[in-house]
Design a protein around this ligand. Structure first.
Ligand code: FAD
Length: 453
């Protein structure tokens, strides 16, 4: 490396790091990205759906670039609730999503990260691949650089940690401990080749359009998690992920879960003759707002997965990472103007996250997983009941419709799990407690925002 002191060092060339690099380099800051992979994307796994808004903020009209590594613009999104042999699905398909800019695209991270990191280099950032950062360098309390596995020491005014869920940088900087098993999920994914025409026929897609399916219910065997299926140009990304603590408790292996998903009678015909191309697995942060480490300290900011910025209930992570990378770089630019890289100046990063959708969304979903976990019937009995009721509703067996419908309703309301759920939810004190909790949350959020935290 030509120089060993830079304005900004960024660890990790994922969506967070590359966005930070583009933003900082464009403003004229000397910017270095250090990436452990042989090339950006080499080690990265995502479903993957990418929302356009956040990328468009950084690279306007990016979809017009013929090199842009995009698979299909998504025009249909479905949610499927599966029992052992059936599925109920709801979906949304819209001609509005055919218009540019599309709402989101399917992508393949290996290709996308390579293309995106070239944009950072074009903006003037120096990208070094095959470089594993092993530690931070501190002067007193301030982070002033990094050490690499090759024994190099590089100095900077600001370090932006975008190193994903391993969060080595934040740990080495003393900002957090290891993640607990209930703060992370493990996702496994298979990419299956299917010729373009077959794929479009099976999903009823017009040429080049894409579809997504999120799957819940029996497929996760009572564990908290979900499956996904996304259409690429000539392949399908099929995956499933559950909380690591649940995998540990159940003893079920992620690959067994994925194999069973492929054999589900509803999915089997969709996947017929699809040829496995690649298998991958990756950890996903699921602790959300409650698990976020401090986001900044003297000389350092933490972005994306490294700071638990994932909203799993909305399948969002890469967009939060991009927004965080952009805000961190904008903060570094302000800090450079002031020549002050203290935590006081870098707190602007957190303010930007609070003023955007990132922290509000994470805050609003902070207790969701716990609430679902406390009602295990939502993951087991209820999906089965939904499918059984649908079967009865659509099945013609000679009974008058009114008898069929009342039998369905009786079964639903007599079901022990449903009664338990209704009883636990609809008590007067529970409704009051929910109201109080929502109010308390809103007030706490307001007061934190006022304090600039
Ligand atoms: C199975 C699965 C499906 C998902 N599906 C979706 C989806 O459909 N949509 C969505 O928005 N999000 C999805 N996510 C989440 C999304 O992938 C992440 O939120 C996103 O990648 C976070 O970006 P990042 O830049 O923070 O981290 P990463 O993308 O993980 O990038 C971190 C980078 O840092 C590098 N690195 C790590 N440590 C070091 C080190 N010590 N030295 C040098 N380099 C280092 C890594 O090699 C990597 O390139 C999914 C995740 C998984 C696992």
């Amino acid at each position: 490396m030509a120089d060993d002191k830079f304005d900004v060092i960024i660890v990790g060339a994922g969506p967070a790091g590359t966005t930070a690099a583009i933003t900082a380099a464009r403003a004229g800051l000397s910017t270095v990205i250090l990436e452990r992979g042989e090339y950006p994307g080499a080690k990265n796994v995502q479903g993957a759906v990418l929302y356009t808004k956040m990328l468009n903020d950084v690279i306007p009209d990016f979809w017009k670039d013929p090199q842009a590594a995009l698979e299909r613009p998504i025009t249909e999104q479905k949610i499927m609730v599966l029992s052992e042999d059936s599925a109920v699905q709801v979906g949304f398909k819209s001609a509005q999503w055919r218009k540019e800019p599309h709402n989101c695209y399917s992508i393949i991270r290996v290709n996308f990260d390579r293309w995106y990191s070239k944009k950072a280099e074009e903006a003037g950032a120096q990208l070094y691949t095959g470089v594993l950062v092993t530690d931070v360098i501190k002067k007193g309390n301030k982070v002033v650089g990094v050490k690499t596995s090759e024994g190099d020491e590089l100095l900077c005014d600001v370090l932006i940690a975008c190193d994903g869920i391993n969060s080595l940088i934040a740990r080495k900087a003393g900002m957090m401990d290891d993640w607990r098993a209930d703060e992370i999920a493990l996702g496994v994914k298979e990419t299956l080749f299917l010729p373009r025409e077959k794929l479009e026929d099976r999903f009823c897609l017009e040429a080049n359009e894409g579809a997504t399916v999120e799957m819940f219910g029996e497929i996760t065997k009572g564990m908290l998690g979900y499956g996904f299926l996304y259409t690429n140009k000539e392949s399908i990304s099929l995956g499933i992920g559950c909380k690591v603590s649940h995998f540990m408790k159940s003893g079920i292996t992620p690959y067994a879960l994925l194999d069973q998903l492929k054999q589900h009678p509803v999915l089997r015909p969709i996947l017929k003759d699809a040829k496995p191309l690649e298998y991958s697995g990756h950890i996903i942060p699921e602790g959300g707002y409650n698990s976020m480490p401090p986001l900044f300290a003297d000389g350092i900011m933490i972005c994306g997965d490294a700071a638990q910025m994932v909203n799993p209930s909305h399948r969002e992570g890469s967009n939060l990472a991009m927004s965080a990378g952009k805000f961190a770089a904008e903060t570094a630019i302000e800090a450079k103007k002031k020549n002050d890289f203290s935590s006081k100046t870098l707190s602007l990063y957190q303010k930007k996250l609070r003023d955007s959708y990132v922290i509000p969304d994470l805050f609003d979903h902070k207790d969701l997983e716990e609430e679902v976990e406390s009602r295990p019937e939502l993951l087991t009995v209820i999906p089965d009941l939904i499918c059984r009721s649908a079967y009865e509703y659509f099945n013609v067996d000679g009974r008058p419709k009114r008898d069929v419908q009342s039998a369905i309703l009786k079964r639903i309301f007599r079901d022990r799990a449903v009664r338990k759920l209704i009883k636990s939810e609809l008590t007067f004190s529970n409704i009051m407690a929910m109201g109080k909790k929502a109010l308390k949350g809103a007030l706490k959020f307001k007061s934190l925002a006022k304090e600039g935290n």
